[in-house]
Write a protein that binds this ligand. Structure first.
Ligand code: PRP
Length: 188
Protein backbone atom coordinates (compact mmCIF):
# COMPACT_ATOMS: atom_id res chain seq x y z
CA UNK A 1 0.00 0.00 0.00
CA UNK A 2 1.01 3.59 -0.61
CA UNK A 3 0.71 6.74 1.52
CA UNK A 4 -2.43 7.68 -0.47
CA UNK A 5 -4.14 4.42 0.53
CA UNK A 6 -3.98 5.26 4.25
CA UNK A 7 -3.82 9.06 4.08
CA UNK A 8 -6.71 9.45 6.54
CA UNK A 9 -4.78 7.44 9.19
CA UNK A 10 -1.69 9.65 8.95
CA UNK A 11 -1.17 13.11 10.40
CA UNK A 12 1.89 13.62 8.18
CA UNK A 13 3.61 11.83 5.29
CA UNK A 14 7.34 11.82 5.94
CA UNK A 15 9.01 9.88 3.10
CA UNK A 16 7.74 8.37 -0.12
CA UNK A 17 8.67 4.95 -1.42
CA UNK A 18 10.98 6.59 -3.97
CA UNK A 19 12.76 8.75 -1.39
CA UNK A 20 13.39 5.70 0.79
CA UNK A 21 14.61 3.59 -2.14
CA UNK A 22 16.98 6.36 -3.28
CA UNK A 23 18.46 6.69 0.20
CA UNK A 24 18.88 2.93 0.63
CA UNK A 25 20.65 2.85 -2.74
CA UNK A 26 23.08 5.55 -1.56
CA UNK A 27 23.82 3.58 1.60
CA UNK A 28 24.31 0.37 -0.41
CA UNK A 29 26.93 2.13 -2.55
CA UNK A 30 28.70 3.32 0.60
CA UNK A 31 28.57 -0.17 2.15
CA UNK A 32 29.90 -1.76 -1.05
CA UNK A 33 32.85 0.64 -0.94
CA UNK A 34 33.49 0.09 2.76
CA UNK A 35 33.54 -3.70 2.48
CA UNK A 36 35.41 -3.91 -0.84
CA UNK A 37 38.66 -4.85 0.89
CA UNK A 38 37.00 -7.48 3.10
CA UNK A 39 35.77 -9.75 0.30
CA UNK A 40 37.62 -12.82 1.61
CA UNK A 41 34.43 -13.74 3.49
CA UNK A 42 30.82 -12.90 2.71
CA UNK A 43 29.35 -10.09 4.79
CA UNK A 44 26.69 -11.28 7.23
CA UNK A 45 23.63 -9.05 7.34
CA UNK A 46 21.73 -9.53 10.60
CA UNK A 47 18.15 -8.32 10.25
CA UNK A 48 16.09 -7.63 13.33
CA UNK A 49 12.65 -9.16 12.97
CA UNK A 50 9.98 -8.23 12.23
CA UNK A 51 10.35 -4.61 11.26
CA UNK A 52 13.63 -4.95 9.32
CA UNK A 53 12.18 -7.28 6.69
CA UNK A 54 11.60 -4.48 4.18
CA UNK A 55 14.92 -2.67 4.63
CA UNK A 56 16.81 -5.97 4.64
CA UNK A 57 15.21 -7.03 1.36
CA UNK A 58 15.87 -3.67 -0.27
CA UNK A 59 19.41 -3.18 1.02
CA UNK A 60 20.50 -6.74 0.21
CA UNK A 61 19.23 -6.48 -3.37
CA UNK A 62 20.98 -3.14 -3.92
CA UNK A 63 24.35 -4.39 -2.64
CA UNK A 64 26.93 -5.63 -5.12
CA UNK A 65 28.85 -7.17 -2.21
CA UNK A 66 28.15 -10.86 -1.57
CA UNK A 67 26.20 -11.22 1.64
CA UNK A 68 24.32 -13.72 3.75
CA UNK A 69 21.02 -12.82 5.34
CA UNK A 70 20.50 -13.87 8.94
CA UNK A 71 17.75 -12.94 11.37
CA UNK A 72 17.35 -12.30 15.05
CA UNK A 73 14.19 -11.43 16.91
CA UNK A 74 14.19 -9.29 20.03
CA UNK A 75 10.94 -7.87 21.24
CA UNK A 76 11.05 -4.45 22.90
CA UNK A 77 7.40 -3.61 22.77
CA UNK A 78 4.22 -5.14 21.50
CA UNK A 79 1.21 -3.32 20.13
CA UNK A 80 1.64 -0.01 22.01
CA UNK A 81 3.19 3.20 20.76
CA UNK A 82 6.05 3.67 23.23
CA UNK A 83 9.01 1.45 24.23
CA UNK A 84 8.56 -0.58 27.42
CA UNK A 85 12.32 -1.05 27.89
CA UNK A 86 11.75 -4.78 28.41
CA UNK A 87 13.72 -6.94 25.95
CA UNK A 88 12.95 -10.55 25.13
CA UNK A 89 15.19 -12.66 22.84
CA UNK A 90 12.88 -14.63 20.59
CA UNK A 91 15.08 -16.03 17.80
CA UNK A 92 18.85 -16.53 17.42
CA UNK A 93 21.20 -16.65 14.41
CA UNK A 94 21.57 -19.93 12.56
CA UNK A 95 25.32 -19.52 11.86
CA UNK A 96 28.55 -19.13 13.82
CA UNK A 97 29.74 -15.53 13.37
CA UNK A 98 33.21 -15.94 14.91
CA UNK A 99 35.70 -13.99 12.78
CA UNK A 100 32.98 -12.71 10.46
CA UNK A 101 32.05 -9.16 9.41
CA UNK A 102 28.52 -8.38 10.63
CA UNK A 103 26.24 -5.58 9.55
CA UNK A 104 23.13 -5.25 11.72
CA UNK A 105 20.16 -4.06 9.67
CA UNK A 106 17.42 -2.26 11.60
CA UNK A 107 14.24 -0.51 10.58
CA UNK A 108 14.30 2.04 13.41
CA UNK A 109 16.34 3.08 16.41
CA UNK A 110 14.01 4.58 18.96
CA UNK A 111 15.49 4.43 22.48
CA UNK A 112 18.49 2.41 21.27
CA UNK A 113 17.82 -0.32 23.84
CA UNK A 114 17.28 -3.07 21.28
CA UNK A 115 20.41 -2.20 19.35
CA UNK A 116 22.57 -1.81 22.43
CA UNK A 117 21.51 -5.27 23.63
CA UNK A 118 22.00 -6.77 20.19
CA UNK A 119 25.43 -5.26 19.51
CA UNK A 120 26.73 -6.40 22.92
CA UNK A 121 25.31 -9.87 22.25
CA UNK A 122 26.94 -10.10 18.79
CA UNK A 123 30.31 -8.70 19.99
CA UNK A 124 30.47 -11.43 22.65
CA UNK A 125 30.58 -14.02 19.82
CA UNK A 126 34.00 -12.86 18.54
CA UNK A 127 33.16 -11.41 15.12
CA UNK A 128 35.76 -9.58 13.01
CA UNK A 129 33.56 -6.46 13.08
CA UNK A 130 30.05 -5.29 13.94
CA UNK A 131 28.54 -2.24 12.26
CA UNK A 132 24.96 -0.98 12.16
CA UNK A 133 22.67 0.25 9.41
CA UNK A 134 19.21 1.63 10.17
CA UNK A 135 16.55 2.98 7.87
CA UNK A 136 15.32 5.48 10.48
CA UNK A 137 16.56 6.95 13.75
CA UNK A 138 14.90 9.16 16.32
CA UNK A 139 17.78 11.19 17.77
CA UNK A 140 15.67 12.87 20.43
CA UNK A 141 14.58 9.53 21.84
CA UNK A 142 17.94 7.82 22.22
CA UNK A 143 18.61 6.70 25.78
CA UNK A 144 21.33 4.15 24.94
CA UNK A 145 23.81 5.72 22.51
CA UNK A 146 25.20 3.17 20.04
CA UNK A 147 27.55 3.85 17.13
CA UNK A 148 25.49 3.67 13.96
CA UNK A 149 27.57 3.89 10.80
CA UNK A 150 24.76 4.00 8.23
CA UNK A 151 21.57 6.01 8.86
CA UNK A 152 18.84 6.39 6.27
CA UNK A 153 16.91 9.26 7.83
CA UNK A 154 16.85 11.02 11.18
CA UNK A 155 13.19 11.57 12.01
CA UNK A 156 11.21 13.40 14.71
CA UNK A 157 10.32 11.54 17.91
CA UNK A 158 6.77 10.78 16.80
CA UNK A 159 5.01 7.45 16.29
CA UNK A 160 5.70 6.48 12.70
CA UNK A 161 4.42 3.61 10.59
CA UNK A 162 5.30 2.07 7.25
CA UNK A 163 8.32 0.47 5.61
CA UNK A 164 8.24 -2.40 8.11
CA UNK A 165 7.10 -0.36 11.10
CA UNK A 166 3.74 -1.32 12.53
CA UNK A 167 0.97 -0.25 14.81
CA UNK A 168 -0.83 -3.31 16.21
CA UNK A 169 0.52 -5.37 13.30
CA UNK A 170 -0.76 -2.99 10.62
CA UNK A 171 1.03 -0.67 8.17
CA UNK A 172 4.23 -2.73 7.79
CA UNK A 173 3.33 -3.09 4.10
CA UNK A 174 3.02 0.67 3.60
CA UNK A 175 5.81 1.50 1.14
CA UNK A 176 6.44 5.01 2.49
CA UNK A 177 6.75 6.35 6.05
CA UNK A 178 4.25 8.52 7.87
CA UNK A 179 3.27 9.77 11.31
CA UNK A 180 0.29 7.83 12.64
CA UNK A 181 -2.62 10.10 13.54
CA UNK A 182 -3.27 9.77 17.30
CA UNK A 183 -6.96 9.21 16.55
CA UNK A 184 -5.99 5.74 15.24
CA UNK A 185 -4.53 4.56 18.52
CA UNK A 186 -7.14 6.43 20.55
CA UNK A 187 -9.63 4.05 18.93
CA UNK A 188 -7.70 1.31 20.64
C1 PRP B 1 11.05 -2.08 17.07
C2 PRP B 1 12.04 -1.84 15.94
C3 PRP B 1 13.38 -1.95 16.60
C4 PRP B 1 13.08 -1.51 18.03
C5 PRP B 1 13.59 -0.13 18.23
O1 PRP B 1 10.87 -3.43 17.20
O2 PRP B 1 11.88 -2.77 14.92
O3 PRP B 1 13.87 -3.26 16.59
O4 PRP B 1 11.67 -1.53 18.21
O5 PRP B 1 13.26 0.38 19.50
P1 PRP B 1 14.34 0.78 20.58
O6 PRP B 1 15.42 1.56 19.91
O7 PRP B 1 13.52 1.61 21.55
O8 PRP B 1 14.84 -0.46 21.24
P2 PRP B 1 9.63 -4.10 17.96
O9 PRP B 1 10.10 -4.64 19.26
O10 PRP B 1 8.47 -3.16 17.97
O11 PRP B 1 9.31 -5.36 17.09
P3 PRP B 1 8.90 -5.43 15.54
O12 PRP B 1 10.14 -5.13 14.74
O13 PRP B 1 8.45 -6.82 15.38
O14 PRP B 1 7.82 -4.41 15.28
Amino acid sequence: MDIADVASDLSQALYSDQQIQDRIAQLATQIDADYADRADQDLILVGVLNGAVMVMADLARKLKTHCQMEWMAISSYGSGTTSSGVLRPLKDLSVDVTGRHILVVEDIIDTGLTLSYLVDNLRSRGPASVEVMTAFRKPEAIKCPVDVKYVGFDIPAQFVVGYGLDYAGRYRNLTGLGVLDPKVYAQG
